[in-house]
Design a protein around this ligand. Structure first.
Ligand code: ADE
Ligand code: ZN
Length: 336
């Protein structure tokens, strides 16, 4: 099924195999002896225990080529799953805080995006995230570093540890970002309360909420998001791996969909959470009793919630409709 992905951290696509290859090339030692040992360590108690491992793994990335390879590998995988458009996060502070130049990170990613468009036909956009566990000054410094490249960065976001870091802290950085022409999104209501989603909407003026699953605890918030058509980028496998829900059967995405919210399905950090976008769809469809219309609606939402132009969205939505029509014909032919 043609679809878009709107919530994937490029650093979260670093598969253990590539991590070992790059670590060897850059002479960086890893806390694991083998790929198997690394995979086994990917058992998380909560968001913070994941982030500790995730940021540690980024230490192998030093050169432009490393950032190119990680992005290129993701785009190849995404294209193989019929993702027609992707909006990827990157965490510059995870790298600049280790002495890597912003330009090194950015150029590696950008060159892979250009290659993806040319050779795979996949379109992509980039969203720069600030880490909420770092200072406002560091976020502002990062924003200033990004300005020479702003024509290639569609928006800014907020990620990392959520509890104890309300979005409001970063209001001044987001104000400046919007003045510079960036769109704004934020992780909110993943582990944190609905109040953080309110703050993201009202004070950071986000146009899309990442995760946002805590909104069901506040029906006024649900009403606002529904009437204002604010998309939520939901990451089912991630939510279970990080124990936001005990199991996929307990996930509230079907409830949110039935409430009429514009939810989308995404992989978050596929190298750590057991699957890319198709694996997320496959995991939820039976267990949450999603019917054909639900799946179609999720793919439709994914295109409508992108930061593409109306014309680009219409083209992709037409592609989706042609696909579903063709599927209906195939099913009818099989029955008759
Ligand atoms: N960075 C990478 N994945 C994240 C997530 N699920 N929540 C917050 N920050 C992240
Ligand atoms: Zn995320």
């Amino acid at each position: 099924m043609p679809k878009a992905e709107l919530h994937v951290h490029i650093e979260g696509t670093l598969e253990p195999e590539l991590m070992f290859t790059v670590a060897e090339r850059n002479k960086i030692s890893l806390p694991y002896k083998s790929v198997e040992e690394a995979s086994k360590a990917y058992n998380f108690k909560n968001l913070q225990s994941f982030l500790d491992i995730y940021y540690r793994s980024t230490h192998v990335l030093l050169k432009e080529q490393d950032f190119y390879e990680i992005t290129w590998n993701y785009l190849k995988k995404a294209s193989s799953q019929n993702i027609r458009h992707t909006e990827m996060f990157f965490d510059p502070q995870a790298h600049t805080s280790r002495g890597i130049q912003f330009e090194t990170v950015f150029m590696g990613i950008l060159n892979a995006m250009k290659e993806g468009a040319k050779n795979l036909g996949i379109s992509s956009k980039l969203i720069m995230c600030f880490q909420r566990c770092m200072s406002v000054e560091s976020a502002m410094e990062t924003l200033l570093l990004s300005l020479p490249y702003k024509e290639w960065i569609i928006g800014v976001g907020l990620d990392s540890s959520e509890a104890g870091y309300p979005p409001r802290i970063f209001a001044s950085v987001f104000d400046r970002a919007r003045k510079e022409g960036f769109l704004t999104v934020a992780h909110a209501g993943e582990e944190g309360p609905p109040e953080y989603i309110w703050q993201a909407l009202n004070e950071l003026k986000v146009v899309r909420v990442d995760h946002g699953i805590a909104c069901v605890k506040d029906l006024q918030l649900v009403h606002k998001m529904k009437t204002e058509k604010i998309p939520l980028t939901i990451c089912p496998l991630s939510n279970v791996k990080l124990h936001i829900f005990d199991s996929l059967a307990d996930h509230n995405l079907k409830q949110l969909l039935d409430m009429g919210l514009q939810i989308t399905i995404n992989s978050d950090d596929p190298a750590y959470f057991g699957g890319y976008l198709n694996e997320n769809f496959l995991a939820i469809q039976d267990i949450l009793h999603l019917n054909h219309n639900d799946i179609y609606q999720l793919a439709k939402n994914s295109f409508q919630a992108t930061f593409l132009t109306a014309k680009e969205k219409a083209k992709l939505l037409k592609e989706l409709d042609n696909f579903t029509l063709k599927q209906k014909h195939t099913i009818t032919e099989k029955i008759s």
